[in-house]
Design a protein around this ligand. Structure first.
Ligand code: UT7
Length: 329
């Protein structure tokens, strides 16, 4: 029998309605539209408003739409990998909460934490369960309610992040379509530059940690930028070289949406022309685990069967990686 690849057979996404524009941010912190646009490429981002709503509530419409598109029921899902940095709760896993909310009664699942590289790590991990023959329907969800951990008085971070979620279904394919290769990397020394100080076992929540604003995302932007701009570009180039792919062989480059300048650097390094680079950062900002599946969702109608896609991400950890994917439909 031909080798089993894990093919994406459906994608879907969801962003909340509320639009937080650069102009509104100008009323909250000392910043301006020109600075944000020129440094990041972001014009607006979406925010999940409302009491009692969490990351899983972004995932429910994304996944329900996906199941409808694919014409399957939630009960057919065998495994849910929920890639998130803003789980509904420290435990149990948001994968379990999502399974309950959508009625995926036959699924097991777990959360995967690799910050902005989460969806890439999740896709590569989910693919293993398909390739091994263990499962035939694996749902990989990438989503974050970043507004839950963003300090809207910190102009260095509040301009970047937004809320959103996307999902992809993996199924076996023996015709040579699907996840072809992946390169995943991490360097834990990078934790110094991008992290949330409190709320974990190192520094459980106390009045003091709340007063010190330690439950918000902390980022040393310039340091992260330096690592991201080279590593994301290098790993994308590495996966292409390893598979003898030239820039002309690539139909679409799907980069993590953290900063337009990092995306441009990755496009330059891989030689992929601008018209093949998927960018929606101006509308959603950095949705962390959501960026890549949201891109797949929004560009789905343009993809053709057999298109070569290169996915690339860089995030907190540090974590980074790239996937070579042959589009299956
Ligand atoms: O997705 C996970 C990985 N994360 C990333 O990849 C993010 C990587 N980093 C970045 O994208 C960029 O570093 C930022 C967008 C976060 C910041 O851009 P930057 O060009 O690195 O700016 P900077 O932090 O070096 O700040 C330059 C100046 C500073 O002023 P001084 O010290 O030169 O007077 C900042 O205080 O810009 C100031 N600044 C701002 N000014 C207006 C910082 N934030 C703002 C702001 N509006 N929102």
């Amino acid at each position: 029998m031909n080798k089993i690849h894990a093919a994406i057979t459906a994608v879907n996404g969801y962003v909340p309605d509320y639009v937080l524009t650069n102009h509104e941010l100008e009323t909250m912190v000392e910043t301006n539209d020109e600075w944000i646009m020129s440094r990041t490429g972001i014009k607006e981002r979406r925010i999940l408003k409302g009491e009692g709503l969490a990351t899983s509530d972004l995932a429910v419409p994304a996944v329900e739409g996906l199941l409808k598109k694919r014409g399957i029921s939630a009960e057919e899902i065998e495994l849910i990998i929920f890639c998130t940095t803003t789980p509904d709760m420290p435990f149990p896993a948001t994968a379990n909460i999502l399974a309950d909310k959508i009625g995926a009664k036959n699924a097991w699942g777990y959360d995967l934490q690799a910050a902005c590289s989460g969806f890439i790590f999740g896709l590569a991990t989910g693919a293993q369960f398909i390739e091994s023959g263990k499962h035939t329907k694996v749902l990989v969800v990438g989503g974050d309610k970043m507004s839950a951990i963003v300090n809207y008085k910190d102009r260095a971070t509040c301009i970047i992040f937004g809320d959103g979620c996307g999902a992809a279904l993996l199924e076996p394919n023996t015709d040579g379509y699907g996840v072809m290769d992946s390169i995943l990397k991490s360097d834990g020394s990078g934790r110094a530059f991008l992290h949330q100080k409190a709320g974990g076992s190192l520094k459980p929540a106390t009045h003091a940690t709340v007063d010190a604003l330690e439950h918000f995302a902390y980022q040393e932007g310039q340091a992260v930028f330096k690592f991201a701009v080279t590593n994301m570009a290098d790993v994308a180039a590495e996966v292409m070289e390893r598979n003898n792919l030239k820039s002309d062989d690539i139909a679409w480059l799907v980069p993590h949406q953290a900063n337009k300048r990092i995306i441009d650097a990755t496009a330059n390094r891989t030689g992929v022309s601008a018209d093949k680079v998927i960018i929606n950062i101006e509308r959603y900002g950095n949705t962390t685990n959501g960026t890549i599946p949201l891109c797949l969702w929004e560009w789905e109608s343009k993809f053709k069967k057999g298109d070569n896609l290169i996915l690339a991400a860089f995030g907190g950890g540090f974590t980074w990686g790239s996937i070579y994917l042959k589009w299956a439909y």
